[in-house]
Ligand binder design. Structure first.
Ligand SMILES: Nc1ncnc2c1ncn2[C@@H]1O[C@H](COP(=O)(O)OP(=O)(O)OP(=O)(O)O)[C@@H](O)[C@H]1O
Ligand SMILES: [Mg+2]
Length: 257
């Protein structure tokens, strides 16, 4: 199961990612949590200790140089496009409560399109995680999927787009679908977040008639309180847990967990 989560800013991508990651980890699945948002806060949401101390992969300059043969940030005429990365998850990912997490960091030069050692390294790692590993991978991304790149995008089983009641995030979902079609991602699924009842759910379904909905997460004071007080949303948000469970069921239906 390789899930990538995207959608407009602030819709609840990280909240959903954290919920899915927690669910799989508690089912004793090996999970890789990848924070691919430059404004990373997945570790904080998952209650990792000292989340700000986690070094983004892109800042591991020595490692990147060692693996690619070129110094990141320099104009290198030659570097390895397929550096060795298969030991990276075990050696360099942060671990907490059975979840292995990595922060990718800010990719310079307009996303993964730029040809530079650090991007070659991150691309190789993503591709390793998505193509070669059996573990569950959950990618928390920024709005848009441009930075995925063609090769890695194909390996994403499910692209989950989060929307909230309102036209803006719906428009973003339509734009993402067009991009996904270009990258040959077929499985686009929608999660409606912050819904205040049936009216909001029906509005979303009616506004996105040819999209598949995975489920909904209700607008929930507990989610805000968890963010303010830093307590575990998973431990205290019973409704949230149930809604995540339904989403996972729909995500994995027809597939053996
Ligand atoms: N269902 C909900 N009910 C109430 N508040 C919510 C809900 N989902 C998310 N929030 C709150 O909305 C804010 C944004 O959520 P989150 O960080 O998950 O969004 P995001 O899409 O990852 O944002 P960004 O684009 O900044 O990465 C957070 O403060 C979160 O606590
Ligand atoms: Mg986020």
């Amino acid at each position: 199961m390789k899930v990538a989560i995207t959608g407009k800013g602030g819709v609840g991508k990280t909240t959903l990612a954290a919920g899915l990651i927690k669910y799989f980890a508690l089912k004793d699945r090996q999970v890789f949590a990848i924070d691919a948002d430059p404004d990373a806060n997945l570790a904080l949401t998952l209650s990792f200790p000292n989340p700000s101390k986690i070094t983004p992969l892109i800042e591991m300059k020595k490692l990147i140089e060692e693996r690619t043969g070129a110094k990141p940030g320099t104009q290198a005429p030659f570097f390895k496009l397929n550096p060795k990365v298969n030991d990276i998850p075990d050696k360099y990912f942060a671990e907490h409560d059975g979840i292995k997490l990595a922060v990718m960091g800010t990719v310079r030069g307009g996303g993964m399109g730029c040809t530079c050692p650090e991007n070659a390294f991150l691309k190789a790692l993503l591709s390793h995680l998505l193509v070669e590993r059996d573990e569950v991978v959950v990618l928390d991304m920024e709005a848009g999927i441009e930075h995925l790149g063609r090769g890695t995008a194909k390996a994403v089983d499910k692209l989950v787009v989060v929307v909230e009641p309102g036209k803006k995030s719906i428009e973003t979902a339509f734009r993402i679908r067009d991009l996904a079609a270009q990258l040959i991602i077929k499985n686009i699924l929608i999660v409606g977040n912050k819904t205040r009842g049936e009216k909001d759910k029906n509005y979303l379904i009616a506004s996105m008639p040819d999209f598949n909905f995975l489920g909904f997460i209700s607008f929930d004071e507990k989610i805000i309180e968890a963010d303010i007080d830093g307590f575990s949303l998973w431990a205290q948000g019973e409704k949230f847990r149930q809604e995540i469970e339904t989403i996972v069921k729909n995500l994995t239906s027809g597939e053996n967990l």
